[in-house]
Design a binder for this molecule. Sequence first.
Ligand code: NAD
Ligand code: TDX
Length: 337
Amino acid sequence: MKNILVTGGAGFIGSNFINFILQKRDDYFIVNFDKLTYAGNLENLKPSEEKKNYQFVKGDIINSELVDFIFQKYKIKYVINFAAESHVDRSILGSEIFYQTNVIGTNVLLETARKYEAEKFLQVSTDEVYGSLGREGLFTESTPLSPNSPYSSSKAAADMMALAFHHTFGMPVVVTRCSNNYGPLQFPEKLIPLMIINSLNNKKLPVYGDGLNVRDWIYVIDHNNAIDFVLEKGTPGNVYNIGASNEMPNIEIVKLILRHLKKPEDLIHYVKDRPGHDRRYAIDSSKIKNELGWKPEYSFDEAIAQTVDWYISHKSWWERIITGEYQKYYQTQYKNF
Ligand code: NAD
Ligand code: TDX
């Protein structure tokens, strides 16, 4: 049995990871450690909550005593650190919590994993640490880090700290840097769910700037499968880029969603640009493909259509988020933590 601490497992990617991995692996025991911030939602884990090899613990990764207790109690030997403040716009409005969670929190996890001699520490990172591309070229693992937002700078700091723990202490750390994810259970502040939900409600779709910023989209299950490859086979001290070679300007995604929902393009509303808005991201993932044998399995056209349909058929999930109902419920359930 592999005892794995999955932090941030109630968020978008972490909950998809737990539900996906517990379906295919019965040799993993997963402790989901999550603070249940605005972005954490235990409803996401319905498919896993009854499983014997799954345990939820509410807590903050900056709480070193609690993290230590969890390592001891559950004999943790593997860590996958998804926990983060993850939204660029929020980091522009207030950066402190980003450095608290993404930097200090990662430090607590690294120190505790070092103390308990963890066999693998996987730091889930992002292509945003590389900064912004011009029209040409792709991010490789040797592209210099050049983060532009408080969010991406906090993630870059955490990456460098994790790699320094490998270099200095010989810790078995691996870092993954993935491109933009889409799929079910994504918090409706991010581009794709926001545009789907606003369209369904006939509300305006706020497109930043000229709408021509480019993101490289990957289906969340392809990302999560790659994480499992890196956990199993990744070489300590290495960084692995993860992407599905699917670059698109934002406006194209927005129009595609409108077409799928048979809604008019006059819902599109160009708004003031995001400060410091990175122009283009694009990932070269040949290293993980060639060295570990991973490849993406979902086609964009099919997976985005399924994603749109998922939000259509899960209206109560996003309505309860928008109205804050889940958060009110968790505050009463967990007030002693
Ligand atoms: P999310 O915001 O949906 O979820 C984050 C989760 O972390 C939430 O459940 C939240 O409650 C939890 N959390 C926040 N602060 C915490 C703390 N101090 N202690 C414990 N738990 C805490 O984020 P996501 O989109 O699922 O992203 C997960 C990870 O993947 C992040 O590290 C992010 O940087 C990275 N990433 C995201 C994308 C993307 O497109 N969404 C792409 C590449 C990398
Ligand atoms: O209302 C919007 N209008 C708009 O034009 C929003 C929310 C976004 N955008 C644009 C900004 C970006 O160019 O869409 C693009 C995608 O925006 P987000 O969904 O906020 O994602 P991004 O800023 O690219 O960051 C995401 O991908 C990398 C995640 O939030 C990060 O956690 C991840 O590291």
